[in-house]
Design a protein around this ligand. Structure first.
Ligand SMILES: [Zn+2]
Length: 490
């Protein structure tokens, strides 16, 4: 079926594909920015993208990066309708009958905001329990969408790759390596997490934590008393100053800070054209959260803007999430670094110690929660679990790693687990690598490496090969460093 005599050369295909990609990113950027955009253009471009991905698979077997992306694009676009259905069901069916947020009943989209503002714990619990019972409305759609994705991979891949295998190959890890890595992190974090949860819950809630006090509730709650100290920092201006001192080329990076009504609430980065057109959207929310988010997205932007423009199409764009997130987490780490924070004017020692303790708690929560998330999703694909089995396993894993007695259906209410093929382990891989990159710079340029322009050059040398990045230059995938850091008690 795959003839060697290609009627189209790869360069031509890449040029077409990049043009589609650029047009699509530009349109989606406008949508997220709350600017005038066309939904039909977005739909049409998705269709063209799908066709071009099929053209690739009919014509070429190589390069592997494009092969895997083509499969993912087809699986994604052929399940667009189910994705939309899930999106709508979540807002129409996952709705509280009793409690309101603003002028309407709390629904899946306003759930987190409701949790952050609601002072009455029993009301949060009621909404939580009701939403769990209403997962029955979305469960069949989630299952159907994942099954269809599996079918698309089976239909279009020559050697019958399944979505999990595609993900792992893109991340350049084997199944057993990934499982071993995730389990080891989770096991190490278990005990210190529970200890720290006990202390923090008593301090912030005045009681023991319960199952409805989830990761997203704590992630907000834990920083709620740091507002005023960080109010004097202007995140976009400060991160630009730091990147400029490290001699990054900021010309390709646009930061939009305007406050439009329809603008996406969290900061987000668009690689519209790599490396010449990178755009960050940013909307101020709460001071410390803003600082973290802004540094994170600017880490993505600095990475994309530093990629060698002469590289092939697939090497400029084809890096995995486990690579992309290294540089965002790496830059975000500065907002958790006491030395760096005091260099930008946050000097209160007590505050910095408190902040470090809270950050470590959130990291431990992240590791235990994401370990359970990753292991369930891997098993879901491996054993083709039914939704009931998946939820049972999820409850078991959450109990094992975090200690919470959480109803297993919770995973369907998460914002990544029922949507993405895998995605969650990539954050864990990247968090370990970002710690190693930080250490690499400290070893070569000193504790205050951000003051040394050569360290910026070193980072750019690591970034510039895009998907051809040589991780071995700074990473051995040694998680002990990261674990030591987050289990340290101040
Ligand atoms: Zn990111």
């Amino acid at each position: 079926m795959h003839c060697n005599q290609n009627f189209m050369n790869l360069e031509q295909w890449c040029e077409i594909d990049e043009s589609i990609y650029v047009a699509d990113s530009d349109e989606r950027y406008k949508q997220y920015a709350g600017l005038r955009h066309s939904e039909s253009t977005i739909k049409n471009l998705a269709e063209i993208k799908n066709q071009n991905a099929r053209l690739f698979l009919e014509t070429f077997d190589e390069p592997r990066e494009l092969y895997l992306t083509a499969l993912e694009n087809i699986a994604d676009s052929s399940t667009k309708e189910l994705e939309l259905k899930l999106f709508n069901l979540r807002n129409q069916k996952i709705v509280s009958t009793k409690h309101r947020f603003g002028s309407s009943h709390v629904n899946w989209s306003t759930w987190r905001q409701f949790n952050n503002l609601q002072k009455d714990d029993s009301k949060r619990k009621q909404v939580f329990d009701e939403f769990i019972s209403k997962t029955k409305y979305i469960s069949p759609v989630i299952k159907k969408r994942f099954d269809s994705m599996g079918l698309a991979y089976g239909k279009y891949s020559s050697k019958q790759i399944d979505p999990l295998e595609g993900y792992l190959e893109n991340e350049r890890v084997s199944y057993s390596e990934m499982i071993k890595f995730v389990k080891s992190l989770g096991q190490q974090a278990k005990k210190p997490f529970r200890e720290s949860l006990e202390t923090i819950s008593k301090k912030l809630l005045g009681r023991e934590a319960d199952y409805y006090d989830d990761f997203y509730f704590f992630r907000n709650k834990v920083y709620s008393d740091f507002g005023t100290d960080f109010a004097k920092v202007d995140p976009p201006a400060q991160v630009r100053r730091t990147l400029k001192a490290l001699q990054f080329n900021l010309a390709p990076i646009q930061i939009d800070t305007e406050n439009r009504k329809e603008k996406y609430p969290s900061p987000i980065c668009f690689f519209v054209k790599v490396p010449t057109d990178i755009r960050v959207l940013y909307k101020s929310e709460s001071p410390y959260f803003d600082l973290q988010g802004c540094y994170h997205e600017m880490g993505h932007a600095a990475h994309a803007a530093s990629i060698d423009p002469s590289l092939e199409y697939w090497n400029r764009y084809g890096f995995s999430m486990g690579i992309a997130e290294i540089f965002s987490i790496f830059l975000e780490r500065l907002t958790k670094n006491s030395r760096y924070l005091s260099s930008i004017g946050i000097k209160d020692k007590g505050l910095l110690e408190d902040l470090e303790q809270r950050n470590n708690f959130i990291e431990l929560f992240f590791v235990t929660f994401y370990a359970a998330n990753s292991l369930m999703k891997a098993e879901f694909w491996r054993r083709r679990l039914s939704m009931e089995k998946a939820s049972d396993l999820y409850a078991k894993l959450i109990k094992e790693y975090t200690g919470f007695e959480l109803p297993g259906e919770y995973w369907m209410l998460h914002h990544i687990l029922p949507d993405a093929i895998m995605y969650v382990p990539s954050y864990m891989l990247a968090a370990v690598r970002a710690t190693e990159l930080d250490l690499h710079l400290r070893n070569h340029y000193g504790e205050n490496w951000w003051d040394v322009p050569e360290s910026g050059k070193r980072v750019r040398d690591i970034m510039s090969p895009g998907a051809k990045i040589d991780l071995a230059e700074f990473s051995k995938m040694d998680s002990s460093l990261f674990m030591k850091e987050i289990t340290a008690t101040t």
